[in-house]
Ligand binder design. Structure first.
Ligand code: NDP
Length: 484
C-alpha cells in the first residue's frame, strides 16, 4: 500500500509523531494509502525550512523562477497518466475528467504564472515638478495555501504557482481526502530544480495541521479555498493576527434560461453546468431559473437527458459521472434530498443511491437529482449542497429572474442564456456574483479576476490579482525638487 509522506526541505519525510490516516477510494470504499496525520510540530519544521530558503528564493531573478515553474508544468504533463489515476482513485471522479481537465489545468497554472513572473510590473505615480513615487512589490515571506478535495491538484497549484512566482516560500496543505497528487508534486518540483524549502507540502486534517498553518506567527498570508463555514472560522482566527487573507468559498449559483436562448445548445450546457464532477465544483449551477414560456418544454427535455445519466466505474474511459468524494458526503447529499421533500419539493429525476457491482460495489454513487416546486427561501434553495442536485424555478420577467438570482447569501458565479445582448448586459451588470457567464459556462481565461461576494469569499484570484495578493506593495517617494 502507498505510504504518503510530507515534503519538507526538498525531501519526503514521515510525520514527526509517526501517526497516519487511512485514505479511502470513494468509488470502491477500499483504503488505498496511508497519509501523515501531521500537526504543529511538522508545520514548525516546514516553516524553519521555508525561512532558510526565503532569502535566496526571494532574491532570485524573474527569469530563473520562470524557468523552474515552466519545468514544473512540463513535469506535470509528463506524469499526466500517473497523476490522473491518482486523482481519480482519491476522489472517485471520472478518469476522463482527471485526464482532460484537472491535470492539464494544473500544468497550465504553473505555465501561466511562470509567464506572469516575467510580465508583472508595478505602478509609478508622478507629482509633476516635485517628486515621483514608485511601488515596489515585494514577496510577503512565508505563505500558507490550503485547498479542498473537489479539484485537488487544479486548485492546489492555482495557489502555489502565483505564490512561488512572486518569490514567496510556501507551506501548502491539500485536503486529507485527496492527498496523492499533492504528494507526487513534491518530486516533480524537486526534479524541476525548485530549491529545497521553497515549497513544503504537509498532509493531515484541516482541524489539526490546517489550524497550525493559520495560527503560525511566521506564516504571513493565507490563501484558502473551501467551505464557507471553514472560511469564516479562518477569518476570525487570522483577523487579530493581521495576516493577509484570500477566501474562495462556497456557492449556490443561479443559471438563468430565457425563452430566446439557443435552445439545444443551452439544454446541453445546462446539463453540463449542473452535473460536472457530480456537481462538486464550486461553480456548478444549482438553481436553474427558466422563463415561464418555455418552462414545461425545457423541464421535459432536461429531465430526458438527466434520466439517462448513470454513475459508473470512474476508471472506465467512457465514464461520465463517478462517485461522490466520500460516504459521509453521500449521506449529506441524501439528507438534503430528504429535506427538499419535507419542504414540499417534488423529485423529477434521480436522487437515489446507486449500488454498482464488482470493483465499485462499496462506492458512494448517486443518481443526479432534479427537484421542482420549491420557492427561493427554503433551505434547499439557500444552502450549498455540493452534489448532483438542482432545483428548477420559473420566472416571467427579467426583474423576477434577477430577484430570484440574487436571493442568496452566496455570490460566486452565475450564467445567463439568451440571444438578447441588451438583456444579457443589463442583467450581468445587476447580478450579484463575482463571475457571470453569458451563453457559456466554465470558460476560463486565467488572466481574469476569480472569486465571489458575500458568503462566497473575500478577494480575487487569477492573473495579476493573485500576483498582487502574494506581494506587499511599498511606496517609495523620491523628491527631485530642491525647493520643496
Ligand atoms: P473544507 O472547508 O472542509 O476544507 C477545505 C480545506 O480546509 C481542506 O484542506 C481542509 O482540510 C482544510 N481545513 C478544514 N478545517 C480547517 C481549519 N480549521 N483550519 C485550516 N484549514 C482547515 O471544504 P471542502 O474540502 O469540503 O471543499 C468543499 C467546499 O469548497 C465547498 O463549499 C466548495 O464550494 C468550496 N470550493 C470553493 C471554490 C472557490 O473557488 N470559491 C472552489 C472549490 C471548492 P481537510 O479536508 O483535511 O479537513
Amino acid at each position: 500500500m502507498l505510504l504518503i509522506e510530507n515534503f519538507i526541505n526538498g525531501s519526503y519525510c514521515a510525520p514527526l509523531d509517526s501517526t497516519y490516516l487511512d485514505n479511502v477510494n470513494p468509488a470502491t470504499g477500499i483504503v488505498i494509502s496511508k497519509i501523515p496525520r501531521s500537526n504543529k510540530k511538522d508545520i514548525d519544521l516546514a516553516v524553519q525550512s521555508a525561512q532558510a530558503a526565503f532569502p535566496n528564493w526571494s532574491a532570485s531573478s524573474q527569469e530563473s523562477r520562470f524557468l523552474i515553474l515552466n519545468k514544473i508544468a512540463e513535469g506535470i504533463e509528463s506524469h499526466l497518466n500517473e497523476l490522473a489515476l491518482a486523482e481519480t482513485n482519491d476522489t472517485g471522479k471520472a478518469i476522463s475528467h482527471s485526464r482532460q481537465i484537472d491535470i492539464p489545468r494544473a500544468a497550465s497554472n504553473f505555465r501561466f504564472f511562470a509567464t506572469a513572473a516575467m510580465q508583472f510590473a508595478s505602478e509609478s505615480h508622478d507629482m509633476p515638478k516635485r517628486a515621483i513615487n514608485y511601488t515596489l512589490r515585494q514577496p510577503i515571506g512565508i505563505v500558507g495555501c490550503i485547498s479542498p478535495w473537489n479539484l485537488p491538484l487544479y486548485l492546489f497549484t492555482w495557489k502555489i504557482a502565483p505564490a512561488l512566482a512572486t518569490g514567496n516560500c510556501v507551506i501548502a496543505k491539500p485536503s486529507e481526502l485527496s492527498p496523492t497528487t499533492a504528494f507526487l508534486l513534491g518530486k516533480i518540483c524537486k526534479e524541476a530544480g525548485l530549491p529545497d524549502g521553497v515549497l513544503n507540502i504537509i498532509q493531515g486534517y484541516g482541524t489539526e495541521v490546517g489550524e497550525a498553518i493559520i495560527q503560525h506567527p511566521d506564516i504571513k498570508a493565507i490563501s484558502f479555498t473551501g467551505g464557507t463555514k471553514t472560511g469564516k472560522h479562518i477569518a476570525t482566527q487570522v483577523a487579530s493576527k493581521f495576516k493577509k487573507l484570500s477566501l474562495e468559498l462556497g456557492g449556490k449559483n443561479p443559471c438563468l434560461v430565457f425563452a430566446d436562448c439557443d435552445y439545444e445548445q443551452t439544454l446541453k450546457q445546462v446539463v453540463r453546468l449542473a452535473f460536472s464532477n457530480s456537481g462538486q465544483i464550486c461553480l456548478c449551477g444549482s438553481r436553474i431559473l427558466i422563463e415561464e414560456r418555455i418552462y414545461e418544454q425545457f423541464k421535459k427535455d432536461f429531465i430526458a437527458k438527466v434520466d439517462k445519466m448513470l454513475p459508473s466505474d470512474p476508471l472506465d474511459p467512457d465514464c461520465k459521472m463517478g462517485s461522490l468524494i466520500s460516504n459521509e458526503h453521500l449521506n449529506k447529499v441524501l439528507n438534503y434530498i430528504e429535506l427538499a421533500k419535507e419542504e414540499g419539493g417534488s423529485i423529477l429525476s434521480g436522487g437515489t443511491q446507486i449500488k454498482l457491482s464488482g470493483r465499485c460495489e462499496g462506492g458512494s454513487f448517486i443518481k443526479p437529482c432534479v427537484i421542482e416546486g420549491l420557492g427561493p427561501d427554503c433551505r434547499t434553495n439557500m444552502e450549498e449542497i455540493f452534489g448532483p442536485v438542482v432545483t428548477l424555478q420559473s420566472f416571467k420577467t427579467d426583474e423576477q429572474a434577477l430577484e430570484l438570482a440574487n436571493c442568496s447569501q452566496y455570490g460566486l458565479a452565475s450564467s445567463i442564456w439568451t440571444t438578447n445582448l441588451n438583456r444579457a448586459h443589463r442583467l450581468a451588470e445587476q447580478i450579484q456574483t463575482g463571475i457571470v457567464w453569458i451563453n457559456c459556462w466554465l470558460l476560463r481565461d486565467l488572466r481574469t479576476p476569480f472569486g465571489g461576494l458575500n458568503n462566497s469569499g473575500v478577494g480575487r484570484e487569477g492573473g495579476y490579482e493573485a500576483m498582487r495578493f502574494f506581494t506587499e506593495p511599498k511606496n517609495i517617494c523620491i523628491n527631485y525638487n530642491s525647493n520643496l
